[in-house]
Write a protein that binds this ligand. Structure first.
Ligand SMILES: *Cc1c(COP(=O)(O)O)cnc(C)c1O
Length: 405
């Protein structure tokens, strides 16, 4: 069906509030543009300027236009999900220096499915036995550093495995047994453990146990996409819907060919698996592919300068308020982006960080910032649309100025 016919047919549907939904223009040549439904408005869902960052509860990031276009273009045809994953996976593998790759439903699923692959290998019986490991001959333990144990390891226990925490290299060597399935590393906490990346990989190689790293929120820098594959991690897991601005529900599992092949036995379209609910549709697969392609080829220096420029706009608007201190910091691990920290003297500005957060949230337009406890608020500009920094600067200075009065 051609687009115009589609629109014509759609206009016959009894959609609530559809009156006048299709504007006729006098230019017969141009396709008739539809008045877009604003579903957030219809449903009364609050939307906001995101000055906080790539948080799942705030719906992560905004997909690039190219991603939306990829999704739209994919809706016209059917294909075999496996064939699509094969072809996209091969392209991605080349981009990230891995033997193989597959699009998963978020980094979290990549962790679960990657471990599932380690446990089952290509044994279909074992695939169906997960997550019940007892009496199956499958391994059942994952070793992680104490400082890396911050909750995401639930993705690993979903397979039926238990977590063994360690601190030193000698702890690891003592903990390794014939039950050990995986050595897991969480990049964002790498400064909270005594064992570094290279040592972790070396332990895996020495004891012939696969290593996996979670780098969910660790791009940028873009090099992290291949750094850990090059380093020798057997499996690398990343989020697609954070800084890469792919679909929020996607991630990538990359690494050794035989492990990815085994992981895919627990993935849709196959049922009777722990991963059947972790479906990614063809649109998401292609959307993520295009997002990654764009991200790998992007001018990251230029993008960084844009983020910095926006931060500077906000900083300049508020920095002379008496009693207020601003500082731009860049986290060294995770969410690596210019981040404006704002603190103030509570005797000069009668405002708590929570008050400020609420005022911005309840203002118009609504704005979300990060409340860093009683001491400071923080602001990032990387998921904003261009120009929104000026609105944030204005609203912030209004509320802060009001509190000095
Ligand atoms: C966001 C995040 C995840 C989960 O990633 P999704 O893509 O949302 O599934 C896992 N680990 C860490 C460290 C994260 O920051």
């Amino acid at each position: 069906m051609r687009r115009r016919d589609l629109l014509k047919n759609l206009s016959l549907l009894p959609v609530a509030g559809a009156a006048g939904a299709f504007i006729s223009t006098d230019a017969a040549a141009a396709p008739v543009p539809a008045v877009k439904r604003d579903l957030f408005k219809e449903l009364g869902v609050r939307t906001f300027i995101n000055a906080a960052g790539t948080y799942t509860f705030m719906t992560g990031s905004l997909m690039r236009e190219e991603v939306v276009e990829a999704i739209r273009s994919a809706t016209h045809d059917f294909c075999l999900l496996d064939e699509l994953q094969d072809k996209v996976g091969a392209k991605i593998a080349t981009m990230v220096h891995a033997e193989s790759a597959v699009i998963t439903s978020g980094c979290f699923s990549a962790l679960t499915l990657g471990l599932a692959g380690v446990l089952t290998g290509m044994d279909q019986t074992k695939v169906e036995q997960l997550p019940h490991l007892a009496g199956t001959g499958m391994k059942s333990e994952v070793i992680i550093q104490k400082g890396h144990s911050i909750g995401y390891s639930h993705a690993l226990t979903n397979t039926g495995c238990t977590i063994v925490t360690v601190e030193t290299i000698s702890d690891v060597e003592k903990a390794i047994s014939d039950k050990t399935a995986l050595l897991w590393f969480l990049n964002v906490q790498s400064d909270k453990g005594l064992i570094n990346h290279e040592q972790w990989v070396a332990l895996g190689k020495k004891y012939k146990i696969p290593t996996m790293i979670d780098i969910a929120a660790d791009v940028p820098p873009v090099e992290n996409l291949w750094k850990f594959n090059d380093m020798g991690f057997d499996l690398v897991c990343v989020s697609g819907g954070k800084a890469m601005r792919g679909p929020q529900s996607t991630g990538i599992l990359m690494g050794k060919k035989e492990l990815i092949a085994a992981a895919r036995l627990s993935m849709p379209p196959r049922g009777t698996t722990i991963g059947r609910g972790m479906k990614v549709n063809k649109e998401e697969v292609l959307g993520m592919y295009v997002a990654l392609e764009h991200f790998v080829n992007a001018d990251h220096e230029k993008e960084w300068k844009e983020w910095e420029g926006r931060v500077a706009t906000i900083q300049t608007a508020i920095k002379n308020i008496p009693g207020l201190t601003t500082e731009v910091k860049v986290p060294t691990l995770g969410n690596v982006t210019p981040t404006l920290h704002v603190t103030w003297d509570k005797t000069k500005l009668k405002l708590t960080t929570k008050d400020l957060q609420e005022k911005l949230r309840n203002g118009s337009p609504s704005i979300e910032i990060v409340n860093g406890g009683d001491e400071h608020i923080s602001i990032t500009t990387w998921v904003m649309l261009p120009g929104q920094e000026r609105i944030v600067a204005k609203r912030l200075s209004e509320e802060l100025a009001a509190a000095t009065a």
